[in-house]
Design a protein around this ligand. Sequence first.
Ligand SMILES: C[S@@+](CC[C@H](N)C(=O)[O-])C[C@H]1O[C@@H](n2cnc3c(N)ncnc32)[C@H](O)[C@@H]1O
Length: 246
Amino acid sequence: MLTHNDDVDWDRWPVADYLAENYQELHPSDAEVIVHHSAFYRRLAPGGVARSVEFGAGPNLYPLILASAASRHVDAVEAGAGNVAYLQRQIVCGPDANWLPFHALCRHLNPAVPRTLARSLAQVHVVHADVRDLERGGYELASMHFVAEGATEDFAEFADFCRAFARCVVPGGHLVAAFMENMPTYRIGPTSRWPGCPVNPETVTEVFAPLTRELSVTHVDPDPTLPAYGDSGMVLLTAVAADGRG
Ligand SMILES: C[S@@+](CC[C@H](N)C(=O)[O-])C[C@H]1O[C@@H](n2cnc3c(N)ncnc32)[C@H](O)[C@@H]1O
């Protein structure tokens, strides 16, 4: 039996273990994501996007920092209560020091990123919601990091999440995303088990080609400094949302 999104209690997401395993330091593969995404954001006018969304934000601040170069209002939409509380604390009480090297790299690669980490988060609004409930066409830009393939074991549901992601922007809206490649169901910390749906550049292209134009899909090699979750690296995407996405 495949695990689906509604089978999982996302409020039980192990925030501290996940942060310790993935974001306590800046790992080379995340640096590659930041280099890739910064090239995308540099093509946009500073502050030129009125509303953007980070789709399934988790406790990850670097996508929000990247978006701060272009976006005047970022909704960080997340289902898990622990992740929501973490994000709100980072904005209200000040961000943890582990995020400083992420901010420094983002700003080095794109001077339109605000000068301080706190200012980069100032336009972020944390939204405790299910990404599948986002209205169509509500944003000019959407970003997603390790969500559709980490939200289900079912490829059909993975594709549904990708469609919801592509449809939450207006036609002509910007899409930028990162996926774990060939990620199976995996563990965080000593015991907790989380769904994974193996995807690769070909399957990501197959899902997004009918939804987008100017689609670019690239691969990042596995990162030996990250936990061995069973993945084979990452898949990175940029695209423009097409008209008539069904
Ligand atoms: C593998 S984590 C990735 C977190 C974060 N984006 C990152 O870059 O580290 C998957 C995230 O998707 C969130 N999620 C899963 N299903 C969701 C849903 N239906 N609506 C909103 N968030 C969801 C989880 O709570 C979790 O934070």
